[in-house]
Write a protein that binds this ligand. Structure first.
Ligand SMILES: C[S@@+](CC[C@H](N)C(=O)[O-])C[C@H]1O[C@@H](n2cnc3c(N)ncnc32)[C@H](O)[C@@H]1O
Length: 219
C-alpha cells in the first residue's frame, strides 16, 4: 500500500471512531447516563463512549445472570447500570469485577454511584506470573468461584514480557450454553487464547471498536 493509501486508511478510521463515539455519547446522554462517571478523578482513564455503549447494549440484549470482568474502570459502572436496568425488567444479574492495581481498583469502588453498588463487587487482587507451554502469561490471584455467562477481558495491564492473561482458559470447561467472551483490544492475548481454546466459538471482530466477541457454540 502506498503511503497515501495508508494515510487515508488512518484518516477514515479516525473519522469512523469519532462518528461512533458521538453516536454512543448521544445514546448514553438520552438515557441520562453521562453523569455516572462524574466521580472518577481527572487522572483516571476517561470514558470511551463507544466501548461503554457497546457494553451496555450487549448486557441489555443478553441479560447475563453472572458477569465477570477482568480489569475495572468506567466499564464496571456501565455494566452495573445495565444490570440494574435488566433487574428492573425482572432479569437480575450480578457483576464480579477484578482489578490487579490496588489504586485503580479502589478508584472504581469509590466512584461507583450509590444506586449501582448492589449490582457489583470489585475485588482487589494481584496478578501472578504464569507460564503456558513456555509463553509467559498473567493470571489473577483471586478469581471468584462462579460460572459466568459473560466475561469481559480488559485487564490486567500487560507488560512487554507478559502480553496475555489466561484466566479464561482455566474456566473454559465450565462455560454455560449462551456464554459470551468480550475482549477489548489485546490482539496478542486473543491469538494465544484462540490457539488454546478447547471449545468452539462464533468469533466476531469489530475493528473500529477494536473489540472481539466469542460466542460459545454447542459442543
Ligand atoms: C484497560 S484498563 C481497564 C479499563 C476498564 N475495563 C474500562 O473499560 O473502563 C486496565 C487496567 O489499567 C489500570 N490502570 C492503569 N492506569 C489507569 C488509569 N489512568 N485509569 C484507570 N485505570 C488505570 C487499572 O488497574 C485497570 O484495571
Amino acid at each position: 500500500m502506498s503511503w497515501i493509501k495508508q494515510k487515508l486508511a488512518i484518516i477514515y478510521r479516525k473519522i469512523g471512531v469519532a462518528i461512533l463515539n458521538f453516536q454512543a455519547w448521544r445514546q448514553l446522554k438520552k438515557c441520562g447516563y453521562l453523569s455516572l462517571f462524574d466521580a472518577r478523578p481527572a487522572t483516571a482513564k476517561p470514558p470511551v463512549w463507544s466501548d461503554l455503549w457497546a457494553i451496555y447494549s450487549q448486557v441489555r440484549a443478553r441479560r447475563p445472570k453472572v458477569l465477570l470482568e477482568f480489569g475495572s474502570g468506567c466499564s464496571t459502572i456501565i455494566f452495573a447500570q445495565a444490570l440494574a436496568d435488566n433487574a428492573a425488567e425482572g432479569a437480575p444479574g450480578f457483576l464480579h469485577s477484578l482489578d490487579a492495581d490496588a489504586h485503580w481498583g479502589q478508584v472504581t469502588i469509590d466512584s461507583m454511584p450509590e444506586h449501582l453498588r448492589r449490582y457489583c463487587t470489585v475485588t482487589l487482587t494481584e496478578r501472578v506470573e504464569g507460564d503456558l507451554d513456555g509463553t509467559p502469561v498473567w493470571r489473577f490471584a483471586d478469581v471468584p468461584d462462579v460460572v459466568a455467562d459473560m466475561i469481559y477481558l480488559d485487564g490486567p495491564a500487560l507488560t512487554p514480557e507478559r502480553r496475555a492473561a489466561i484466566d479464561v482458559l482455566d474456566m473454559e470447561a465450565d462455560f454455560p450454553p449462551g456464554f459470551r467472551l468480550l475482549v477489548d483490544g489485546r490482539s496478542y492475548n486473543r491469538a494465544l487464547l484462540e490457539k488454546y481454546f478447547k471449545r468452539r466459538y462464533d468469533r466476531k471482530h469489530r475493528p473500529i471498536l477494536k473489540s472481539t466477541t466469542y460466542d460459545l457454540l454447542p459442543d
